[in-house]
Design a protein around this ligand. Sequence first.
Ligand code: PLP
Length: 358
Amino acid sequence: MIPVTKPFLPPREDYNRFLDGIWDRNWLTNNGPLVNELELQLKEHLGVNHLLFVSSGTIALQLAIKALALQGEIITTPFSYVATTTSILWEGCKPVFVDILPDKLTINPDLIEAAITEHSTAILATHVYGIPCEVEKIQKIADKHGLKVIYDAAHAFGVKVNGKSIFEFGDISTCSFHATKIFHTIEGGAVFTKDPELLKRMAYLRNFGHDGYEKFNGIGINAKNSEFHAAMGLSVLPYIEDIQKKKNSQADYYKDYLQGLHIEYPSTDHIENYNQAYFPIIFSSEENLLKSMSYLEDQAIACRRYFYPGLNQLEYTTGNCPLSDQLAKRVLCLPLYHTLTKEEQSMIARFLLRVQNN
Ligand SMILES: Cc1ncc(COP(=O)(O)O)c(C=O)c1O
């Protein structure tokens, strides 16, 4: 069986190294030293000033919405994972969907203004597959209309825009450190902001609102993460450059092999330090996608329709996004993980070509 992804596990001794300390200190969670160390190392690695390690990418989005006290309508993308939309709804706001760009699959900034109403309070856009949104255009629109900006950067670890970490854009950016992500802590995530006041607010929110033992600052939640999760992050981080390099070279290898296939790729050439977290291909029709996917499944090769259905098409959402609807039907992610071999990749490519030519 070839899965669509496999979590990276560091050498076991790298992780074990942290366990003695955890046992010696008997400090398992609640802002422990390994959580602090991971936050420090991530700041250094990414070149950002502020971040908080939290328990998932989903709770990171919810903290962001709560910290900005958003209400009413949030303009968002239909082409993302379901957590982008459910976080908005979970926080009692309404997602208003704006269609995507055909080449980048990120929200189309030229369509945002038409979706703004007197109830709009923010834009929540996803750097889908690590492809940066058009951040400058989005910020201009947000500034003009007094909207906050949150970026769901769940897929974008390490990516840069104009030499800066992608996490530096918007009022708050969030990331997922789930086991399937390029950098992971088994379960986990982070919030990033340049604003120290917002960071402080999110630090209270992360820990039930505790301001000392007996005083509370706002309605918080439990978004903390543990020493064991931090230890995994500290063990994975030294390998991140190698993982990223490997995935980029695997993507090049796929592209070479898939040259005769009638597919397109999202546009990624312009991206600084692209992480190649996924390998999405765009078929010419849903029919071709389904034929290929079913053939690969018969050969015990798993692909995933990230992201189908479009988030405007859920039973609890509405929105008119024809381009996203169309692309969601035609995009398939092929297997991509650090131990995927060239032989496996060329086999997958051969199968895809065989389906097309039959
Ligand atoms: C775009 C996007 N946002 C948010 C999330 C949620 O992250 P987590 O699984 O860490 O809660 C994911 C997870 O896959 C995602 O792909």
